[in-house]
Design a binder for this molecule. Structure first.
Ligand SMILES: C[S@@+](CC[C@H](N)C(=O)[O-])C[C@H]1O[C@@H](n2cnc3c(N)ncnc32)[C@H](O)[C@@H]1O
Length: 281
């Protein structure tokens, strides 16, 4: 039986999609997961770093992979991909996708990302929508850096010292504070004391603890350098898609900018989310 997909609209080998009724502009532009806002820009960067046609010897881990859309996209590029997901509900979707896509270079493991130290190192770590769900993000990044041979990609929320008065997350964010030696803010991620079933059903939320720590953007960049990545970049081009569609991946946010420069001035400080690359070059 097909499990319920909450977000990723993935093209399967028979031409059908995992969320055929996905609303236009919400997570899927034109209702196709392979046009996800960030997917194309990340793929462009990976092709710049790894221009070779045969990518089968390059390993990539997709951490907190949800329903597997990004893992599938990277496997279709030819990378040797491991998608890691902890929740039963999400993992069932990953398995369904695996069964319906002929991609021998794609596998999914059901595990907590905190166990990353138990794995062999990967050439590329793709960490999208996960870091800001963690209580101790620095400890996790330190473990992940050890297991990342060349490229760490972070698609993540961050904190800013001064919140925009119209910030999308202001109500859920604490005052500025220090945690793990980093500046940032606590975020109320999900209710505490969920039953095992409720925790599984909170499909996009933090898994281990109800409060997560959003690292200040400046400290995040400095930390990536400290972890031994000599090149650290932020990517902006994907915001064009968000400007066009007027939506973020979260349906409660509407963007009104006309172009990237307006977006960066007005909406980026409210959204507090970006794509960062840390590369051993
Ligand atoms: C907001 S979703 C992001 C999903 C996907 N990476 C994306 O960008 O669309 C967060 C994902 O991380 C998973 N997750 C949260 N904590 C985790 C943990 N400790 N170990 C593994 N997965 C975790 C959740 O189950 C969920 O699939």
């Amino acid at each position: 039986m097909k499990p319920v997909f909450t977000s990723h609209n993935i093209r399967l080998d028979d031409g059908t999609y995992t969320r055929p009724d996905a609303p236009e502009g919400f997570f899927a532009q034109g209702s196709h997961a392979d046009l996800l806002y960030w997917s194309e820009s990340v793929k462009n960067m990976l092709n710049l770093i790894y221009p070779q046609k045969n990518k089968s010897k390059i390993s990539l881990v997709d951490l907190g992979c949800l329903e597997g859309a990004y893992s599938v996209e990277f496997a279709r590029m030819g990378f040797n991909v491991t998608g890691m997901e902890v929740r039963d509900s999400n993992f069932a979707c990953c398995q369904y996708v695996k069964d319906n896509c002929n991609l021998p270079n794609l596998k999914f493991v059901q595990d907590n990302v905190q166990n990353i130290s138990n794995y062999d190192a990967f050439d590329i770590s793709y960490c999208s929508g996960l870091l800001y769900h963690l209580h101790n993000p620095r400890e996790f990044l330190e473990k992940l850096a050890v297991k990342t041979k060349k490229v760490l990609i972070l698609q993540t929320h961050f904190s800013l010292e001064n919140l925009d008065p119209k910030g999308f997350y202001n109500g859920a964010l604490s005052q500025n504070t220090f945690h793990e030696g980093l500046f940032g803010r606590w975020f109320s991620d999900r209710p505490e004391n969920l039953t095992k079933e409720q925790l599984d059903e909170a499909r996009w939320a933090s898994f281990d603890q109800s409060k997560s720590f959003w690292i200040d953007k400046n400290d995040l960049i400095a930390l990536l350098k400290m972890l031994g990545f000599n090149t650290v970049l932020e990517q902006y081009d994907h915001f064009e898609e968000q400007v066009k569609t007027k939506r973020s991946s979260q349906c409660h946010m509407e963007f009104n900018s006309k172009n990237i420069s307006e977006f960066l001035r007005n909406e980026y400080p409210r959204y507090m989310r970006g794509t960062f690359y840390a590369v051993r070059s």
